[in-house]
Write a protein of this length. Structure first.
Lengths: 109, 149
């Protein structure tokens, strides 16, 4: 049983220094798996394991060109942030409805 | 990819009444959350609410008052995360009151929702990256650039 599937959290994905190195390299340019692996002393399967975690966290995209797989940052990849924005959109509408009620109540006092 | 949320509401009350509701601890607790707010620049305060595990949020919002212009403008930071000291949401609230006929318009900018690239750059600038690692990466990158040119 591989644990990789259980780690979709971007922050956990980023917590590992090796994966941060991968992100750092990818923040400069799109790289093939081979080119990426050349930057590390760990084995290629170990690098691709990290890549998989980053992919599952929505932080990078993987495209296949011929036999080669290319990795790049997912520019829109911060699911958490989008989730927070959607959350606060509703949050403030609801809170400001309360705000109006509190204002009315205070005006009557 | 930094993004902001902005809102506008109208209330049939004077700017003074709206300001009071926005800046008095008890009033804020009633419409927003339990808090220890004071309208004083530099004052650090928290909001307490229920944790939202799904959002990796422990229920505490950490804030600092950044600007106070009575009856007009109030700015404070709005930060939170999965555990004390771990900030994953780093945003700012800007409240602006605009007097209108028979009432007040309240504008709210909730800004600083950072996209992934912004987040990464702040991560690389931040404490998570000590000089040694960065230096090594720079070396690696230079070697790489030299190798390909």
């Amino acid at each position: 049983m591989r644990k990789l599937m259980l780690q979709p959290d971007p922050f956990q994905a980023i917590a590992d220094p090796g994966r941060r190195e991968i992100l750092f390299l990818l923040s400069k340019e799109k790289l093939s798996m081979n080119a990426l692996a050349e930057n590390f002393e760990i084995s290629r399967p170990a690098v691709s394991k990290h890549v998989k975690i980053l992919y599952e966290a929505g932080l990078i995209m993987i495209t296949e060109v011929g036999r080669e797989r290319y990795c790049e940052l997912n520019p829109d990849g911060f699911r958490e942030i989008r989730a927070w924005m959607a959350y606060y959109e509703e949050f403030w509408q609801a809170k400001m409805a309360n705000f109006g009620k509190v204002l009315n109540k205070r005006a009557k006092q | 990819m930094q993004r902001d949320l902005s809102f506008k509401w109208y209330f049939p009350h004077s700017p003074a009444a709206v300001w009071e509701c926005l800046t008095e601890q008890e009033a804020i607790a009633e419409w927003l959350m339990k808090n220890d707010f004071k309208p004083v620049v530099g004052h650090k305060f928290n909001f307490h609410t229920k944790p939202i595990p799904k959002m990796d949020f422990d229920g505490i919002i950490y804030c600092e008052v950044l600007e106070v212009e009575a009856l007009k403008r109030l700015v404070y930071s709005w930060k939170g995360g999965p555990a004390p000291g771990v900030i994953t949401l780093d945003t700012v609230l800007t409240w602006t009151l605009v007097p209108k006929e028979n009432g007040t318009e309240v504008r709210l900018e909730h800004s600083g929702f950072k996209g992934f690239k912004n987040y990464l750059s702040s991560l690389f600038m931040g404490a998570g990256w000590n000089g040694r690692i960065r230096k090594r990466l720079e070396t690696l990158l230079n070697e790489k650039t030299n190798a390909t040119t």
